[in-house]
Each structure stands twice: as C-alpha cells, then as structure tokens.
Design a protein around this ligand. Structure first.
Ligand code: PLP
Length: 386
C-alpha cells in the first residue's frame, strides 16, 4: 500500500534542504540567483527517468493532471474517442472528458485490466487513444494491447497510478506506451502528498506537454520568464518544490516497497491457496506486480461478500472489492452522463461478472505478523460451508 507507511526523516531532510541551502525557493522555475542551484522538481524528474528507464519525464501536480497533460499532446477534438477500461478510478474518465474527447469503457478480463478482445471490438475510425490501466498494481496485458494500438495507429497511454515499480519482461510499466501517467497521491506506492509524473517516448511530445502544463511557457533560455516565447495556450499543472523534495526521498524507497509488498502478498497467498473455491487474479507472463493488493476470485458473488464479512470480524478490511466498486466501476457512474448516455452499448456484463466475485486484500509494507493467519481463518470458515 505504500509510501505513507514509510514517510518521515528522509523526506523532512529534503524539505529542510530547500530552506537551509536553497533560499526557500518553492517554485520549480526561475529565481536562479537566489536558490543556490537547488532544483528539487528537476532533480526528481532526472532521478525518476533513471529509475524506471524512460527517456523523458515531467512532474505534475497530481495523477489526474498527469493523464490530462498526456492527453493534451494529442490535440483531441469533440468526436474523437479514447478507450479505457470499465474498472478504474473515475480520474481516468474525468481526464478524457476534460480533454474534450468521448470516453469509451471496454470490458476487463481476469487480470482486472483492459480485455484486448473487447478493445479490438471497440476500436473504430474515431478512436485516437487507448488508456490501459494497471489496476491495483497488476500489469495489463500490454504486449497484446500495444500490438493492437500499433496495428491501428492509435496512441497508447498507460495509467500507471498503481503500477509504479511494476514491469513486464523487466521493462517498467509506464515505458511501454507512447506516454505513462503516474500518481503520487497519499494512497499510492510512493507519495508526494499530491503529485504525478508523465513519462514520454518522444522528445516532441515531452516539449509540447511541458509547455501545456505551464500556461504554454516554453521556458526559452534566451528570455526571462516574463518575456518567454509561446506557441499555444495551456493550463497550470506544475509540481511545487515541496512535492519534488518529498519525491526525491520517496523514490529511493520504491524498490524496497514493491519487494516487501510482493513478499507479504506471497506469504498470504501461500497460506490460503489450498482453500477451495478461490483463484488468484491472473497476470501477464513474465510480469512483476507492485502487489498493492492481493485479489482473488471467489466461486460466486455471495461467497465474495461472505469473505468480506468474515474478514471484517478479524478486523481486516478489504480494498475496493467487493464493497467499493462505486468509485471504480463504470456501470455505477450515473453522475457521468458522458459515459452513461451511450445507450445499449455498455452494460459491462463481463466486467460485472468478474468484479462481483473479487475480494481484494490490501497489502502493507509493515504487515502485522498475525495478518496472514487471520485471513486464512476467515476465508477457510467461508469455504468450508460451501
Ligand atoms: C489514483 C488514481 C488516479 C489519479 O491520481 P491522483 O493523484 O489521485 O489525481 C488515476 N487513475 C487511477 C487508476 C488511480 O488509481
């Protein structure tokens, strides 16, 4: 689950450094003569690129902003369509709506991510981009999804909000598509309180996004900022130096976090896997999860609910599934007419069948030692009655 479990001294020292050595400058640009060469956001971007092996990276103010900034590169028009998956956080769809395009949600498969077969069915001449989400830390079937996007000349963006530190064939998530969008909100693998990062394959996309996220500022080195050059308007999604400083310290903990989460997830699964009527969520071959949650599929929806109720008796809460689909499943978003008024097209029956059987257990870095046994007792007591 996270950065927030491991936040403290190192982050505080990075913040103090802004005041002790960097003149207290909290803006990522300018004030060059006052800051003693202290550029925390820039440093965070450099370190992040190295860590995950991406050519370009731009820090932004949130994960939702990261998605919106990535979409800004594509100059989307009113009738353009962007396909994502039915099981995601509302932010993915909100970013598509804000970009001016129409969001289309495809079914998921048992990875709980974009179903390549349904994706192919939904692609049409209006499709301009696909946002594949690595929900709760398990990689989407990126090899198939990327091939479909390449064959149809469609931009692939990865919503890597939960996927920071995960990989397929040792290549990090967020570096497979044309762009990757990361979140550092307080519930994500690493955190800056609020914050995000966009990664890019192409320099041209990076330059365009950098300007767009900063009111169109090109940060032309030949001019002071107030006389800066511009080619188009934009918005303000800049990250502040305070967030950048925290990001530098958190990033150093990323490997430890995902390794511990995988270890703790395996501990639980090794104990409960012999129980009848449960199967583990599937994942792509040769993939490495961030293991933010352990999700298993129960025999049916009733068993999933029983598991949740039994887990609660042992003071173990579940994460999003089965109880909190309302913020994470397109079928429930009646407050978003942009997706709900597409009549007859989206009933998400395949996704619903899968999601209603899922039980998601949050994984902690500092897992209480009695947690695996409690989980086993809870689920066994349900399975025995079937
Ligand atoms: C958290 C999240 C986001 C948004 O990130 P924020 O930093 O909270 O804006 C986007 N997509 C998914 C799948 C998320 O889980």
């Amino acid at each position: 689950m996270p950065g927030f479990e491991l936040i403290g001294k190192e982050e505080q020292e990075e913040i103090n450094d802004i005041f002790d050595n960097g003149g207290g400058i909290l803006f990522r640009h300018s004030f060059d003569n006052l800051r003693n060469n202290s550029y925390k956001v820039k440093q965070f971007e450099e370190n992040f690129k190295k860590e995950i092996g991406s050519d370009y990276a731009l820090a932004v103010s949130s994960g939702t902003a990261a998605l919106r900034v990535a979409l800004s590169v594509l100059d989307l028009k009113k009738d353009d369509e962007v396909i994502t998956q039915s099981f995601t956080f509302v932010a993915t769809v909100e970013a598509i709506i804000e970009s001016g395009a129409k969001p289309i949600c495809a079914e998921i498969d048992t990875t709980l991510n974009l179903n390549p077969i349904d994706l192919l069915k939904k692609i049409n001449p209006k499709t301009k981009a696909v946002i594949a989400v690595h929900m709760l830390g398990t990689p989407a079937n990126l090899i198939e999804i990327k091939k479909i996007c390449d064959d149809n000349n469609i931009a692939l963006i990865e919503d890597t909000a939960w996927g920071c530190g995960g990989s397929i064939n040792k290549k990090y998530l967020g570096t497979w598509g044309r762009m990757g969008a990361f979140s550092f909100d307080f519930a994500k693998t690493i955190t800056t309180g609020e914050g995000g990062m966009v990664t890019f394959k192409n320099k041209k996309d990076f330059i365009k996004a950098s300007a767009w996220h900063d009111h169109g500022h090109e940060n032309n080195p030949n001019f002071p900022r107030w006389e800066d050059t511009r080619s188009g308007s934009g918005f303000n999604f800049r990250m502040s130096e305070l967030q950048g400083a925290v990001g530098i310290a958190q990033l150093k903990k990323l490997k430890y976090i995902v390794n511990m989460q995988n270890k703790n997830k395996d501990k639980i699964w090794n104990l409960i896997s012999p129980i009848n009527h449960i199967t583990l969520r599937s994942k792509p071959e040769n993939s490495f999860e961030t293991a933010d949650a352990l999700i298993f599929l129960a025999k049916d929806a009733a068993m999933a609910l029983d598991c949740r109720n039994e887990l609660l008796k042992f003071e173990i809460s579940t994460k999003i599934l089965p109880e909190a689909m309302s913020w994470h499943f397109a079928k429930q978003w009646e407050h978003i007419p942009e997706i709900h008024n597409i009549k007859g097209k989206n009933n998400y029956s395949e996704s619903e069948e899968i999601l209603s059987r899922c039980v998601s257990i949050p994984i902690f870095v500092n897992m209480p030692s009695d947690m695996p046994a409690k989980i086993k007792n809870a689920i066994e007591s349900v399975a025995i009655k079937i």
